[in-house]
Design a protein around this ligand. Structure first.
Ligand SMILES: *Cc1c(COP(=O)(O)O)cnc(C)c1O
Length: 483
């Protein structure tokens, strides 16, 4: 926010700097109905139906609130297969926000990854990055590349005071370039607000250091800008040299150091869609032919013109600190409250959501009994809030069929931008507090139907004992008839 809001009598509380003008009714079902729903969904929150969910914190992808101006812009959309004015308005917005001239539209973030990987990644290549994202890694590997994660020692620590856990380790970057040879490094990928390690940003100084090495070796930088607004916000808040620099200037500077910038509009501008931008005509021409092949004509790229209009408006709104600062303010509030309650949560607060450490929350449940998955199911039973398991269930078995314990065993609670209120956030925190006090009741899960690939999406599990019934009994003893 431009200025922090001070209260006379309360510790820092985030304030919604928007008003609610269109609402959607939510349902909070009884604890018995929630238990039935999670059983029917195979104890997998992906398989829940939203009619049974109170607060849907599964993801921030395609679930953010749109502004009045975004919705209004959809009415002026120009339906045309080619030459649509909607596209040119979006192109202008992208030039302004990212400071790059050429724009290739795609239907969502992973489509940009497909195009970039097909064009630039060859068999035997390695791609250094601060951390991978699921779809990014899959596209690079399909094209014969290997992802190298060059994060710092701080990155995987649950509780840290390091403001930039998304930084790349500069010495290790130099080492891998020396080890594999420049010819096998098609580009270095930087991901803004690294999604899978807790929405953690990198600093501008780190990007400058990466850029210096890239220039020294003539290697391109590709920036995944899906969560760039929040990364820019954290640079302004946490990096002293940028205290008085506008979000727009910070975004422009981040992009100026990148040869190619791509993004998922499902995150950054609250609509569907995505794009690739660059200042290099040569790079643009290498990628351009794949757009009509996979996405659609150059002036829509698989998006509807209405989404394109809303995207242009949403991108410009990212430049407004009071808009882009909302979600980080709520997440920071929730993370600090959880920490005060003694609940283990990834710190410092980042973008996207709160990440609760199931290893510490449920020390009596082994990772191979899927502690983060069990915690996600338990939270749903006691609150109707749906989170996402980001732990061992999200890993697939190794070549010998063994389960692989993940580095981090997290329950992620996403905060879709401007969707939930402070009282809803407090409801979530209250239920987490109760769950933490009753954590010894929670037991593990086991697979009953296990897909071989990406099992976390469609896999079905069951509780290893009657712990869900015991949890419900304790809930009723404490809450009575209350939902
Ligand atoms: C969501 C996301 C993607 C993929 O975008 P989709 O629109 O879901 O295809 C890529 N990178 C990052 C960092 C993301 O958060």
């Amino acid at each position: 926010m431009d200025q922090d809001i001070k209260f006379y009598s309360r510790p820092s509380v985030p304030v919604e700097l928007h008003k609610v003008r269109v609402v959607q009714k939510l349902h909070l079902k009884s604890v018995d109905e929630r238990l039935r729903a999670i059983r029917e969904g195979g104890f997998n929150t992906f398989l829940l139906n939203t009619k049974d969910i109170f607060l849907d914190m599964l993801t921030d992808s395609g679930t953010n609130a749109m502004s009045d101006n975004q919705i209004a812009s959809m009415l002026q959309a120009d339906d045309a297969y080619s030459g649509s004015q909607s596209f040119y308005r979006m192109e202008e917005a992208l030039r302004e926000v990212f400071g790059k001239h050429y724009v290739l539209p795609v239907h969502q973030g992973r489509a940009a990854e497909n195009v970039i990987s097909q064009v630039f990644v060859n068999e035997g290549d390695v791609i250094p990055m601060n951390y991978h994202f699921t779809t990014t890694k899959a596209h690079m590997e399909i094209n014969g590349g290997t992802v190298l994660e060059i994060y710092t020692d701080e990155a995987l620590k649950i509780k840290s005071t390091n403001p930039f856990k998304g930084n790349m380790d500069i010495q290790r970057l130099k080492d891998v370039i020396a080890e594999y040879g420049v010819e096998h490094v098609p580009f270095i990928r930087m991901e803004a607000s690294t999604n899978l390690i807790g929405g953690q940003p990198y600093s501008m100084q780190n990007m400058k250091d990466v850029k210096a090495i890239a220039d020294e070796h003539g290697i391109m930088i590709v920036l995944d800008a899906s969560l760039i607004g929040e990364n820019a916000y954290f640079i302004k808040k946490r990096e002293a040299a940028y205290k008085d620099v506008s979000i727009k200037e910070i975004l422009n500077e981040m992009c100026a150091m990148s040869d190619i910038v791509y993004f998922s509009s499902r995150k950054v501008s609250s609509t569907r869609g995505g794009g690739i931008v660059t200042d290099s005509e040569e790079l643009m021409l290498k990628m351009r032919d794949l757009i009509p092949l996979y996405e659609g004509f150059m002036t829509y790229g698989g998006m509807s013109v209405r989404e394109i209009e809303a995207m242009a408006v949403g991108l410009r709104e990212t430049l407004d600190e009071t808009v882009i600062g909302q979600s980080p303010a709520f997440i920071e509030y929730a993370v600090n409250e959880l920490d005060d309650m003694g609940i283990p949560v990834v710190m410092p607060a980042g973008a996207l959501g709160c990440h609760i450490d199931a290893k510490q929350f449920l020390p009596h449940v082994s990772q191979l009994d899927y502690s983060a998955g069990a915690l996600a199911a338990a939270l749903f039973i006691v609150s109707g809030c749906r989170g996402m398991e980001r732990g061992t269930i999200s890993m697939d078995r190794d070549a010998d069929g063994n389960d692989v314990a993940s580095d981090m065993e997290l329950l992620r609670l996403a905060f879709p931008r401007r969707v939930f209120t402070l009282s809803q956030t407090n409801f979530l925190l209250d239920r987490l507090k109760w769950l933490h006090e009753n954590r010894e009741i929670i037991g593990g899960l086991k697979f009953v139907e296990e897909p071989a690939v990406l099992r976390f999406f469609m896999g079905r599990l069951d509780a290893v004992s009657d712990w869900p019934e015991k949890l419900v009994a304790k809930f009723k003893a404490d809450f009575g008839d209350s939902l």
